[in-house]
Each structure stands twice: as structure tokens, then as C-alpha cells.
Design a protein around this ligand. Structure first.
Ligand code: PMP
Length: 385
């Protein structure tokens, strides 16, 4: 941060997010520890994905995988898309995102607000199905590569409408044909792919972790973080473990595969056992290349209800409006602290994004009731005291 807090472009105000001590939470749960939260919604794009999205494209530019005419295509449910959009303002790159239908309309509109095109895909399909959000992003890139010339906005729009129509009419045969086509990649489209890009954990190693280290002078005993792609926890853990003894604990929702694998279950069996849950941004039904489970000491498992109750409690008691994965990370931390009788330690919990994107869900009693959740937060949290 410079002295007068004056900046020239949006990239300069990414990072340097505050860490806030959660004193109300400490006393409510009788925790004899210092518990801090890293408040990532203070980033300009509103989440922990700002540093990462920007870093992926910076490295792609450095490695000559993109230029100013490259269209960025990515399967994303929101936060990563915003990070990519921030970097795209530098060279004016166009963006196309694919997004499963379970993600709210608001998140689609959010990405469109940054000038992106969005293609919606069905939710309950296998990742390798031709209409999954992963496959559709590849199909879009292939159609762009095939054009082999710089596209006008109208031509981009035509591709978006064409693909959306194939998805909406469930034309799996045509989608599959395009997916299987052997088309040479070129600079016209690029898929950063946060699930397979080594620069995802590296961004957190070089940026997020470094920042946390200097905030606490390395003086932390535990770090808790939810696991999505695993980029955050893997990058942070590597940086800290290279420098000191620390316990890094992942938080995983019931229905995800991570805690099953960490406890020795075979990948295929864990994938078979995976089922849906409502908390967004954490847990997976595939094993991304961006996670290193060896760098995670243990995993604390949480359910939707306790995650949501904790999220709502945070807004009311600490004045911090965060998303469900933050509530999940905190309740996962508290359960772990209690279970292992951890005392007099300095603990950091990562809060990845803002609650504003979830006003119609977690913070809407009607939605909770319709989905059979308890709206009395303290009734849920009291028993975890
Ligand atoms: N919380 C939210 C809201 C997210 O969008 C993500 C990213 N999927 C995470 C947590 C997990 O971060 P990571 O992918 O780095 O594990």
C-alpha cells in the first residue's frame, strides 16, 4: 500500500486485505485462542480469486499463450471469472464463461457486468459429458480456434448463441462432434483452467501466503481454509511449511471427496460416494491437479446447516457479511479446536468472499425453510459451544 492510498489501476488495489480478530466468536464459543479471519471480500473483485485470476493471465501473457486479441474462456461459477475480468481490462481481452444452472442468476449478471459473455449449462451432468460446463468451455474454444482469424463482437456473440442453443436443445451429438474434432490450438482463445493450472497454487504461494506471513510476522500456529480447487490451501501451506512448523487444516463439506481420500479411500470409490450439497465454492467431485493433499495436515468436515448458521451469525455478531464457504471454514475450525482441545494458539481462518452474492439464499429465511434448513442460528451453534 502506498502512503496516500492513491492508485493508477484496479490491479494495484488487489490484495493487502485485512485480518480481523473475531472476539465475539471467541467468547461465544469459549475459545482460549486468538482467532483471526482474513477478509478477502475487501479485494476489488470481491474475493480471494482476484490475485489468482490476475496471476493466471499474467503468466499466460509471459508464456506467450495469449495476446490482446485472445478470447479468455473459462468454466467458472463466479469469483474466478471476476479475477480474470480484472486482468482483461489491461489489454481489453474478451471473456466467455460457462456456468452450471444451479448458480444464481445474480452471478451470471455479475460477470456480464464486467463485459463477459455467459453460457449456461445443466447442473446434474458428469464432468466428461459434452454439455458439462467443463466440456462446453472446450467446445467454445474449439469453435474460436477453427475461425482462425480475429473475431468481431458480433461473431463472438454468434458463437455464444449457437452453443447456448445446442445446450438448451440438448443436442449432445453435435456438441460431442465438436468436442472430438481435432483442431489446432492458436492464440485466438485460451482456457486458463483453474483446476489444472499450476499457477493457481503458485499465485497463493507467491502472493496470498507472503501477505499473511508479513501480517503476522509468520507467527501463526494454525491456518484453516475451505478446499475448492485446493489452490489457496496448497499455496499457503507450502509457503509456511518451508519456513516454520504449522498445522494447516482443510475444511470440506459432506458430499465432497477430499476428506474421504485423505482418510485413505480410493479415488474411484470416493467419486462414487460424492453427492450434492448447498454450500458454494468448496468441495469437489473430481480430483484437481491444483491440490497437494500431503501439504494438508488434516481435514475438518462440515454440513450445510452449520455452515449457513455460522455465516449468518458472523453478519449479526461481528458485522462481517461473508459467503457460505467462510462460515464453513470457521465452523470447521471451531469444531476442530474443540475436538482436539487446542488452547492458547494463534489461528487464522480464510474468508474467501462476500455475503452479498448469497442474499437470496443463505440470508433469505424463505429459501432456508424451503430447503429444510433451520433459521434459528443459535439453536444450531449452541450445541457446538
Ligand atoms: N470459497 C469460495 C467462495 C470460492 O469461490 C472458492 C474457489 N472455488 C473457495 C472457497 C476455495 O478456494 P480454492 O479453489 O483455492 O480451494
Amino acid at each position: 500500500m502506498n502512503k496516500k492510498n492513491l492508485y493508477d489501476n484496479v490491479l494495484e488495489i488487489v490484495g493487502n486485505t485485512p485480518a480481523l480478530r473475531l472476539k465475539k466468536v471467541e467468547s461465544y464459543f469459549n475459545l482460549d485462542n486468538e482467532v483471526y479471519a482474513k477478509i478477502e471480500y475487501m479485494n476489488p473483485g470481491g474475493s480471494i480469486k482476484d490475485r489468482m485470476g490476475i496471476y493466471l493471465l499474467k503468466m499466460a501473457e509471459k508464456n506467450q499463450l495469449i495476446n490482446k486479441d485472445t478470447i479468455i474462456v473459462e468454466p467458472t461459477s463466479g469469483n474466478t471469472g471476476v479475477g480474470l475480468a480484472l486482468y482483461s481490462t489491461i489489454n481489453g481481452n474478451k471473456l466467455i464463461f460457462t456456468m452450471p444452472s444451479k448458480i444464481s442468476k445474480e452471478k451470471e449478471l455479475l460477470l456480464k457486468a464486467y463485459g463477459a459473455f455467459v453460457v449456461r449449462t445443466p447442473t446434474n451432468v458428469k464432468p466428461d459429458a459434452p454439455n458439462s460446463y467443463y466440456s462446453v468451455s472446450k467446445i467454445i474454444a474449439k469453435l474460436i480456434w477453427k475461425k482462425n482469424k480475429k473475431l468481431t463482437i458480433t461473431e463472438i456473440e454468434e458463437i455464444v448463441i449457437y452453443v447456448q442453443n445446442l445446450v438448451d436443445t440438448n443436442n449432445l451429438e453435435k456438441l460431442n462432434n465438436i468436442l472430438k474434432e481435432d483442431i489446432k490450438e492458436n492464440l485466438l482463445a485460451y482456457i486458463p483452467n483453474q483446476y489444472f493450472n499450476k499457477y493457481n497454487p503458485e499465485s497463493h504461494y507467491r502472493l496470498t501466503a507472503q501477505e499473511i506471513w508479513s501480517q503476522f510476522d509468520g507467527n501463526l500456529d494454525y491456518i484453516f481454509a475451505g478446499i475448492g480447487t485446493g489452490g489457496t490451501i496448497t499455496g499457503i501451506s507450502k509457503f509456511f511449511k518451508e519456513r516454520k512448523e504449522i498445522k494447516v487444516i482443510g475444511v470440506d463439506p459432506i458430499g465432497s471427496i477430499y476428506y474421504l481420500i485423505k482418510n485413505g479411500m480410493k479415488l474411484e470409490k470416493a467419486i462414487e460416494k460424492a453427492h450434492t450439497y448447498k454450500v458454494e465454492g468448496i468441495g469437489e467431485d473430481i480430483l484437481p491437479e491444483t491440490i497437494n493433499l500431503n501439504l494438508i495436515d488434516d481435514i475438518s468436515v462440515v454440513n450445510d446447516q452449520e455452515s449457513f448458521s455460522m455465516t449468518r451469525f458472523l453478519a449479526k455478531k461481528e458485522g462481517i457479511l461473508v459467503g457460505g464457504s467462510s462460515g464453513a471454514a470457521l465452523i470447521g475450525a471451531i469444531k476442530y479446536i474443540k475436538k482436539n482441545n487446542i488452547k492458547r494458539k494463534k489461528i487464522l481462518v480464510i474468508f474467501p468472499d462476500s455475503g452479498r452474492g448469497y442474499l437470496n439464499k443463505i440470508f433469505n429465511n424463505q429459501w432456508l425453510i424451503e430447503n429444510n434448513f433451520e433459521v434459528d442460528d443459535e439453536k444450531i451453534l449452541e450445541v457446538l459451544k
